[in-house]
Design a protein around this ligand. Sequence first.
Ligand code: TYD
Length: 212
Amino acid sequence: MFITLEGGDGCGKSTQARLLAETLRSAGHEVVLTREPGGSPGAERIRSLVLQDDTLSPESTLLLFTAARRDHVENTIRPALAAGKIVICDRYVDSSRVYQGLDNPVARSRIDALHQLMIALDPDLTLIFDIDGDTADARRTIRDKASDRFEVRPREFHDGVRAGFRAIVAEHPGRCRLLDAGRSIREVSDMVLASLPETLLAPLLADLPQPG
Ligand code: TYD
């Protein structure tokens, strides 16, 4: 199973990705936890370029994110899925659809066409972490890590990202679940688990004391 986590900067999805990986491992699954841009040696090298170089045009930015994704899919994601592992990926193609569709927009049809042509692998489940601008701002400030060129954009940009992800959920209701990421870590992780097919967690449920 291939699960992706998506949302704006500061939505808490990386924490939830780690918690989800731990829970699935304790249910006996082999899990590969990975991220984009990056997740394979070649893609990690592209990551440092694409996140820092603001001289790149929107089109070349999209091509670099796609090149990184291709390397990641070839070397990390497909081999793990073929070995029967669960892959959890922090950001994937929906981030390209939203961020590159927004930042000096590259036409969405081109983003989708490039995905079909060069990647052609869609997640089974995508969790979209939705959070209001004030809470996301506060979390980004606390996190205090080196910013990339997308994170430092003004509030209107982040509001556009939020709207973009909500539109993705409306467009792909079968694959996507919208989660209220403004709640506590525990509440959000419960929502994450409730979004999974029950069979994935069955070994854990069997360990719980049965009523009566
Ligand atoms: P990262 O440090 O991984 O951010 P986060 O912790 O918020 O996930 O940086 C990823 C940045 O790259 C983020 O601002 C979104 C952007 N991005 C794109 O613009 N397009 C893409 O296809 C991907 C995967 C990420």
